[in-house]
Ligand binder design. Structure first.
Ligand code: GLV
Length: 319
């Protein structure tokens, strides 16, 4: 029997071209997610699935597709997949770490800088024709250099964010369940702190933790109130790490100065309270969206899928 794969959303041609001709590809060449019944129907009899985070792969989906051997997610985060259920059923799950680390860290910094220096407000001001003359008191923001950056979740992306802070001569605090090696702490000028200490001391707090039961609403009314009034929160991890309703209140009532958000609790819905606020920068989950990186992610996902179908270990199985 030839191997068969469902590609449940659009992928770049370079990635699709890696799939050998003897593998039958069922390609849903679309940006829209397949409906759940369509996903289940098209997965029947397939050996592999290459999917975006739009596809929810839970136990019911897996139960309906007993031939499935591998789910290759085109993302580093994999909270759209019930990994425990997949393991029970002998289905390998892979993700796309490393290839997106630097691009995602760049974007976290873009949110940080845009928020600190009020770049969107400046842009809107100019476009609205409000710029009459040079003004001493116009759009004062916050300095970034020399300040304290708090990194919550000190994995690959958190460390890449911290590395960029060296150039800004910043002090870095990090919070993680595991302490980094002393050499890494030295190299990144980073000191481990507990969450409360980090929130109290940081001028910028950047979230890089996976979404887990223990990180859901890690930032909530209580923890947001621990932050400095002048601090800025950046989230390029997963939306539910932040209690969005509490964040709206924090921004409206100025418990904190601002936020830069790439992810939301119920994407693509955005809490309507965020929309009118000038002190928040909103982006539609694009932190890894550079042309090079999106292609690299897709190619890695395809390679992972093909490796498993060939009976080889995947390149990047989820931990
Ligand atoms: C994107 O959100 C990813 O997890 O890669």
């Amino acid at each position: 029997m030839p191997k068969s794969v469902l590609v449940s959303n659009v992928l770049p041609g370079e990635a699709l071209a890696l799939i050998p001709r003897d593998v039958a590809v069922d390609y849903h060449d679309s940006l829209e997610a397949l409906s759940r019944p369509d996903l289940i129907a098209r997965l029947r009899g397939k050996d592999g699935l290459i999917c975006h985070i739009l596809s929810a792969i839970d136990d019911e989906v897996l139960a309906a597709t007993p031939t499935l051997k591998v789910v290759a997610n085109v993302a580093v985060g994999y909270n759209n997949i019930d990994v425990a259920a997949a393991r029970r059923r002998g289905v390998v799950v892979t993700n796309t770490p490393d290839v997106l680390t630097e691009t995602t860290a760049d974007f976290a910094w873009a949110l940080l800088m845009t928020s600190a220096r009020r770049v969107l407000e400046a842009d809107r001001f100019v476009r609205a024709g409000q710029w009459q003359r040079w003004r001493w008191d116009l759009l004062w923001g916050a300095d970034v250099h020399g300040k304290t950056l708090g990194v919550v979740g000190f994995g690959r992306i958190g460390r890449a964010v911290a590395r960029r802070a060296i150039g800004f001569n910043m002090r870095v605090l990090y919070q993680d369940a595991v302490r980094a090696d002393a050499a890494v702490e030295r190299e990144l000028h980073a000191t481990r702190a507990d969450l409360e200490e980090l929130l109290r001391e940081s001028d910028f707090v950047s979230l890089h933790t996976p979404l887990l039961p223990e990180t859901r609403h890690l930032m909530n009314a209580r923890t947001l109130r621990l932050m400095k009034k002048s601090a800025i929160l950046v989230n390029a991890s997963r939306g539910p790490v932040v209690d969005e309703a509490a964040l709206v209140q924090a921004l409206q009532e100025r418990w904190i100065a601002g936020a830069g958000l790439d992810v939301f609790e119920d994407e693509p819905k955005v809490n309507p309270g965020l929309i009118p606020l000038a002190n928040v920068v909103l982006a539609p989950h694009i932190a890894s969206a550079s042309s090079d990186t999106r292609v690299a992610m897709a190619m890695l996902a395809v390679r992972n899928c093909l490796a498993v179908l060939d009976g080889k270990p995947p390149l990047t199985p989820v931990p």
